[in-house]
Design a protein around this ligand. Structure first.
Ligand code: GDP
Length: 144
């Protein structure tokens, strides 16, 4: 990256349709200075996605998926010490809520990360997610 700019590579993990693309796009529209943030497709074998999707269909709970993602990250990075934020998207669809705020906060405590509830559709709290991530990345870097 050129002087004065810094590129952050962000991996968005989540089941299909949860709003990963929408969040990334809304963020880009709003924040020109963060336009270099990229959505990266992660190196997780297709078979594992299929297995997770099957589990998702059976369990019907985002939460199970979230826990499994942490394990997948560990397998790829060999550490749990990675900058991480937890996001519950689509808060505008409150009547279809599947994971409570308390469950989200509890998982975030377990992971020692921040938790955000967002709506990419209404552009609520999207920037907080990315700012939270950048803060987290800098914190981890400065503690090296
Ligand atoms: P991805 O598969 O995780 O990348 O999910 P997408 O970003 O493609 O979103 C899947 C669908 O959910 C699309 O139809 C989006 O318009 C919709 N969507 C994404 N975020 C929100 C949100 O915050 N609220 C609502 N109501 N719909 C959303």
């Amino acid at each position: 990256s050129s002087a004065g700019s810094r590129e952050y590579k962000v991996v968005m993990l989540g089941a299909g349709g949860v709003g990963k693309s929408a969040m990334t796009m809304m963020h880009k529209f709003q924040q020109a200075e963060f336009k270099t943030i990229k959505q990266r497709v992660h190196p997780i074998p297709q078979a594992e996605f299929t297995a997770m999707r099957d589990q998702y269909m059976r369990g019907g709970e985002d939460f199970i998926i979230s826990s499994e993602f942490k394990e997948l990250i560990y397998r790829v990075r060999h550490t749990y010490d990675i900058p991480l934020v937890l996001v519950g998207n689509k808060i505008d669809l409150e009547e279809f809520r599947q994971v409570s705020t308390e469950e989200g906060m509890s998982l975030a405590r377990e992971y020692s990360c921040s938790f955000f509830e967002t709506s990419a559709a209404l552009r609520f709290y999207i920037d907080d997610v990315f700012h939270g991530l950048v803060r987290e990345i800098r914190r981890k870097e400065s503690s090296l």
